[in-house]
Ligand binder design. Structure first.
Ligand code: FAQ
Length: 311
């Protein structure tokens, strides 16, 4: 069934059903989804760089194979997400340009450097952990293609999270140097991971509309809290300390109290002034230029095949 009007759009949203690409939808719904899905896709693609940095320096063949597979999965996630965005009427070339020129953003987290091998564990545990908390509710998002892409992404992401946790666990049980390296990685990744959930609810420009349209199912602060509550017992098992002296169980709220990340820093990073922002974008631009011949060859091959079909 293709929906043909605003009234039916509202009815589908109210009934918790899915909006599909050919359905009528408000322009702002379409634009908002393109914004979020594109940012999400770009995050997966730029997110390959911090970990890609360690593939050639992994401490064993096994760890190298795992890391290589994880980074490949991230490329795959980017591609499902670009495909979901394309169903809204934006082309892949437009999305590429928007990323390469800095017009569209990607997650703040990927503008931080990966300084040691332990960062691979901390990213898996904390960054993929935060991504799962944020993305599991997106499997119920009102836009069908995005919701369906998220199901597979979340399955793979939870595997990524487990491998990061296991890798960090091994270091945290290792020599004093390895334990210090694990703790240092957790110290550096904790607050940037909390910032992944976005600004506090009061400053979140898109939340209200996005929740009314059932794109977002929970607010930024609700998900951030859920992440903190999940990490505290995991940190205890790992034997690492989360770098927050205010982290205490609040009996009344039934949640952990915690120190918020520095939201001014988040906004600076989002605006392109993160420690690695320029490097990440320059690297992506270089890779895009280096890949020009592949795109040309693929287009020429497709044109040749088309001519054969027409003949
Ligand atoms: N970074 O009004 P809100 C991954 C922007 S996980 C950058 O609250 P919204 C997996 C926001 O876009 C990471 N920008 O916005 C992986 C908006 O700016 P705009 C990707 C941020 O959309 C793991 C403005 O601030 N995940 O890749 C950030 O309602 C390991 C106001 O904010 C997703 O993208 C930020 N942290 O809520 C890969 C999930 N926070 O557009 C490799 C899908 C906020 O008006 C290795 N996205 N902004 O210029 C979402 O759930 C939402 O878009 C939020 C933000 C929650 C990120």
């Amino acid at each position: 069934r293709a929906l043909d009007g605003e009234a039916s759009f509202d009815a589908v949203i109210a009934a918790d059903q899915k909006i599909e690409p050919r359905d009528a939808m408000p322009d702002a719904y379409r634009a908002g989804l393109i914004r979020q899905i594109a940012q999400h896709a770009h995050s997966e693609i730029i997110g390959m760089q911090p970990e890609g940095n360690w593939i050639s320096r992994a401490p064993s063949l096994r760890r190298k194979a795992i890391l290589l597979a994880k980074v490949q999965d991230e490329a795959g996630h980017g591609l499902y997400l670009y495909a979901a965005a394309e169903t809204l009427g934006v082309s892949r070339a437009e999305l590429d340009t928007a990323l390469l020129t800095g017009k569209q953003k990607y997650s703040s987290i990927f503008n931080y450097p990966t300084l040691s091998w332990a960062d691979m564990g901390a990213i898996g545990w904390l960054v993929d952990g935060a991504a799962i908390v944020n993305q599991v509710p997106l499997c119920r998002c009102s836009y069908g293609p995005y919701a369906r892409a998220m199901i597979r992404v979340c399955k793979e992401e939870s595997f990524h999270q487990r491998q990061g946790y296991q890798s960090l666990y091994v270091l945290a049980q290792g020599t004093p140097e390895q334990r210090a390296m694990a703790q240092d990685a957790v110290d550096r990744w904790w607050y940037p991971s909390l910032a992944m959930f976005g600004p506090p609810d009061a400053d979140s420009t898109h939340s209200a509309q996005s929740m009314a349209w059932k794109v977002k199912r929970f607010s930024n602060d609700e998900l951030r809290q859920r992440f903190v509550d999940m990490c505290v017992p995991q940190a205890e098992i790992l034997g690492v300390t989360l770098p927050d002296p205010n982290l205490t169980w609040n009996e009344l709220r039934g949640h952990y109290d915690y120190t918020s990340p520095d939201f001014d820093e988040l906004m600076r990073v989002v605006k392109g002034d993160g420690p690695c922002s320029r490097q990440r974008l320059a690297h992506r631009n270089r890779a895009h230029e280096d890949g020009a011949w592949v795109r040309e060859a693929a287009a020429a091959y497709a044109a040749k095949k088309n001519r054969k079909v027409m003949a």
